[in-house]
Design a protein around this ligand. Structure first.
Ligand code: BMA
Length: 322
């Protein structure tokens, strides 16, 4: 719990903005949505969990990005295990990045294979037709998003492998590719902290990186395991603009966490899980899954976010505290 007047991201007063009762067909829950502007509308690519427990993706469109959502009357992107066996247990948690060079939107999502979750990629020009590229990283790996531009002629991807040994933690990694399909130069980007920290042992990227004059803002989730279950909260980091393997700043504190009832109680309690944000002038609209049950909205000022991250400890210092 935290005092709301110090929060960078302010909750929309009519949250949650989309619940299962808005979905025009039978399903269990709607949450973790990728977001982007397309033409003059905000598009949410929402994770919908069906009554078997398997997720697919469905589009919602709105002129103001707040209300009057028009939701597809059937799933937009379904798992296709016949063509893509790694999608057998569903597709989840999409992040959308516009790749100017290709004039295409890249959607990185989690395919839930029977060997564990992995990172898959689909491309679209219009959010009507989708070209599934397939699995780009093996399991276990998730929470992936592309940068919108190349660095020294390589695409860059942030992602979160899980290394399941008793002594290792789940850190955020970065990898590079000449063609979006073959990935290498893998390295740890942001380490999970240790001990009692809010982001100890397991962290992951939330929405795609956001460019400000000083570099790339990374909003990431940290998972604290407690006797009452896990708590998903959000913190910030700043990466070098030209060389994103360099972490410049990192928030010591979390900046957003479960507080309202719709975030605290649901299919999975105490979860805020954004997969997308949309910037309009100085306003950021952050779309987040609340308790794996509904979609909520919070807004922030780019300028305030920028001032905040620039006042955060230099990355080396904050790593030393870990
Ligand atoms: C993570 C992801 C998210 C989910 C969260 C809380 O590991 O699977 O899709 O929202 O757990 O259950």
């Amino acid at each position: 719990m935290s005092n709301s007047k110090f929060e960078l991201f302010k909750r929309y007063s009519k949250n949650p903005i989309i619940t299962i009762s808005d979905i025009p067909y039978r399903a269990n829950s709607v949450f973790n949505a990728g977001a982007t502007k397309f033409n003059d509308e905000t598009i949410l690519l929402m994770r919908v969990e069906d009554m078997r427990g398997i997720s697919h993706l469905t589009i919602a469109r709105s002129k103001n990005g707040i209300d009057n959502w028009k939701i597809d009357d059937k799933p937009t992107l379904l798992p296709e295990p016949d063509k893509f066996p790694e999608e057998i247990w569903g597709i989840e948690d999409p992040r959308i990045t516009y790749l100017e060079e290709l004039k295409k939107y890249a959607i990185t999502y989690t395919a839930y294979s029977n060997g564990g979750p992995l990172v898959s990629l689909a491309l679209t020009e219009d959010f009507e037709k989708f070209e599934k590229v397939g699995a780009i990283l093996p399991p276990e790996d998730k929470d992936a998003a592309l940068f919108p531009i190349k660095f020294e002629n390589r695409w860059a991807l942030i992602h979160r492998p899980i290394i399941s040994t008793p002594h290792s933690a789940a850190h955020i990694w970065i990898s590079f590719s000449p063609d979006l399909f073959h990935w290498g130069e893998h390295r740890i980007l942001i380490r999970a902290r240790e001990g009692a920290w809010w982001d100890a042992n397991k962290i992951g990227l939330s929405p795609p990186p956001l460019l400000i004059p000083e570099g790339w803002v990374i909003l990431y989730h940290g998972v604290k395991r407690t006797a009452g279950g896990a708590i998903y909260r959000l913190g910030l980091a700043l990466l070098d603009k030209d060389n994103p393997i360099k972490v410049l700043r990192r928030s010591a504190e979390w900046i957003f966490g479960p507080r309202e009832l719709y975030e605290r109680e649901g299919d999975v309690d105490d979860v805020v899980f954004p997969c997308g944000w949309v910037v309009d002038g100085d306003e950021i609209k952050l779309y987040y899954g609340a308790a794996d049950t509904s979609i909520a909205l919070a807004t922030a000022s780019v300028e305030e976010l920028r001032n905040y991250i620039l006042s955060c400890p230099l990355a080396e210092e904050s790593e030393r505290w870990g």
